[in-house]
Design a protein around this ligand. Sequence first.
Ligand SMILES: C[S@@+](CC[C@H](N)C(=O)[O-])C[C@H]1O[C@@H](n2cnc3c(N)ncnc32)[C@H](O)[C@@H]1O
Length: 215
Amino acid sequence: MAKKAINKVTIVGCGPGSKKYMTWYALQQINSAEVLIGSRRLLSLFPDTEADTFILNNNYKVLITRIVSLRKKKNIVVLVSGDPGFFSYAKLIIDKIDIENCEVIPGISSVQMAFAKIGRSWNDACFMSLHGRTAKLASVVKKIMENDKVAVLTDNSNNVKLIARKLLEAGLKERKIYICENLSLDEERIRKFDVSSILKIQVRDLNVIIFLDED
Ligand SMILES: C[S@@+](CC[C@H](N)C(=O)[O-])C[C@H]1O[C@@H](n2cnc3c(N)ncnc32)[C@H](O)[C@@H]1O
């Protein structure tokens, strides 16, 4: 007797946050999910889903265990922010169950959207993430010192003020800094500063920071 094929786990890049930036194919896959996994913010985009939902905080071990045990019986869709290939826990899932058992649907990354908003190309940019990674601060500062165009993901504790202080200590007060907050969401805000002004401002938690060496 032929063996029943095991469902692939679908990992959907949900873009920067507003549903209007998601692809039609991604929405179709979400619609046919039996189990929908994602952060509270992403799950709230689909209040009418008939799938069983599982809210992901930082419980990645539980996430992997659940996927491994459910994937033989159910059609699982995992929602990730932005693009699954860019600083995403999609990697943990693919490393664990292998790409042959996954379908990865790309999404618009927060950095793509940030560059679109400031009207710059991103093919010549460098990318780093401080999201949950205090230890990376020195490497981020080094990257900014060595490159003209650097985009950094931050969080509320590993934030742009920490970077700005280090840049001032290193004498890089001329860098221009774009702060791109809540992209595609309510209270979206795009602002441009010099390094010392950053120390005086309030920044929303969800942001992409772009450092440019320009006049
Ligand atoms: C874990 S990373 C995921 C990045 C995601 N894979 C991507 O391609 O955008 C989360 C970080 O992405 C950035 N981010 C995600 N959505 C954003 C948005 N709507 N506006 C600004 N930054 C966002 C923030 O820096 C946040 O801390």
